[in-house]
Design a protein around this ligand. Sequence first.
Ligand code: NAG
Ligand code: NAG
Ligand code: NAG
Ligand code: NAG
Ligand code: NAG
Ligand code: NAG
Length: 401
Amino acid sequence: MKAKLAVSALLIGQGYSNFLPALPHDLNKTTWAFWDYQQSSLAVLPGQFNRSAFDAPWDGNSSDIEVKAVYESLNSTQFVAYDNKFFDIIGSAAAVEHIQALAHQSHEAACYIPDLHKLFFVEWGPPGGNNGTHPWQYMLDVNTNTLSKVQTDPPTINAHGCVYFQGSMYIITDGTDGETGYLAKVDPITLKRETLLNNYYGQPFAGFNDLDIDSDGNFYLTDSKSGWARDIVPYTPPTNPSTYFVNATTMRPKVIQTTTGNCNGVAVSESGSIRTVYLPNTGVSEFKPVSKKNPYGQREIWAYDFSAPAPVLTNPRLLNNPISYFYDGIRVSRNGWIFAGAGDGVDVIDPVTGLTLGTIRVGGGDNLAVTVAFGEHEIWIVGRGGVWHVSNVKETLARTW
Ligand SMILES: *[C@@H]1O[C@H](CO)[C@@H](O)[C@H](O)[C@H]1NC(C)=O
Ligand SMILES: *[C@@H]1O[C@H](CO)[C@@H](O)[C@H](O)[C@H]1NC(C)=O
Ligand SMILES: *[C@@H]1O[C@H](CO)[C@@H](O)[C@H](O)[C@H]1NC(C)=O
Ligand SMILES: *[C@@H]1O[C@H](CO)[C@@H](O)[C@H](O)[C@H]1NC(C)=O
Ligand SMILES: *[C@@H]1O[C@H](CO)[C@@H](O)[C@H](O)[C@H]1NC(C)=O
Ligand SMILES: *[C@@H]1O[C@H](CO)[C@@H](O)[C@H](O)[C@H]1NC(C)=O
């Protein structure tokens, strides 16, 4: 009870409702909300209610007029906190702006190149281009908000993930007709491409989905069935979806995780010499024989210890299921917070408790957050509907490597 009073004392503010507690006074009441079980009546909703696992809480149904009004107000926010920690991570000066309105199809592989003030990203999957097959990518000049289509030399087809590391863009692809997925290094200025890895002892990859790179330059590549499932590549996946570790010194690939669900995002976190690998599982997205989101498929995010020097993942633990939708692209900020594209917005997840601390929203409706790239105190979110910029984030986001 004491703790509760202490927290309430900090929260001087407007329109306390039974359902949403007051916000810290320095937060913009128009753009923020706090869904808090401790200081509100949210633990017991009146009337009839229902929500699918794919809809955001504020897209849920309710027979109660007040609950409906709360949902409506939540749907006009930019930030929904579920935890006090979220206020400190985002801060009161942050704002979300929809800076590029593009088609409602997946935009991913966001890679921020700080020296050039440019954001690289791709449009992935049908119906774009030649049935979703692209020999081009996007480059956004973030100073002028000018968007261009670029082509690497030689052209890279169906890029799906990107990480900027020590002056280069590292890109993975799904492959295309006559070419299976590979890992490549691209010079962001000349756009010259060098292919680094395209096989696992002669076995083609199913189609890479995403990658991350640790401070030693080692690669973590997720090989997924999504390219096949969406007819982006004609090849049947040779194995179950798998995560590969590629040693930067030897370029020798090794499987570190497999699933009968699906691989998708990947992020590596470092704290001193301790490495943690985060992997969401997206078996929930089924495409064949019928395209559907199956709520009984996997939607979890798992954390693993990376047992150096052996490239083996140990101590697997289920961090969480998203409050809604599924986790797509994930990135870890400098101090270890996990940022995950999760449908209606980007969820910020506590790496130890797995609790969802809050959501950075992209406007609701058909907009959908797929993945993020960090600047020092800013975030670019790419997804269905284009690009969003989150400015003036309090936390330092870009990592040190
Ligand atoms: C709060 O956010 C709204 C919507 O973005 C904006 O119009 C308003 O100026 C902001 N208020 C303050 C005090 O910054
Ligand atoms: C919630 O909605 C789903 C989909 O319409 C339905 O299958 C389910 O029975 C509903 N649950 C409740 C408790 O009404
Ligand atoms: C919400 O209500 C609408 C309209 O009554 C209905 O079509 C839909 O199935 C409901 N969804 C859930 C999850 O109950
Ligand atoms: C796109 O798909 C349609 C329908 O499957 C097919 O008729 C057409 O040839 C395809 N176009 C290209 C460029 O692959
Ligand atoms: C990468 O390979 C080098 C050379 O064999 C080895 O010393 C190092 O421990 C390996 N790193 C990992 C993380 O496996
Ligand atoms: C939420 O807001 C968006 C944008 O205004 C709108 O398109 C969508 O229909 C709203 N969702 C609900 C459930 O009202």
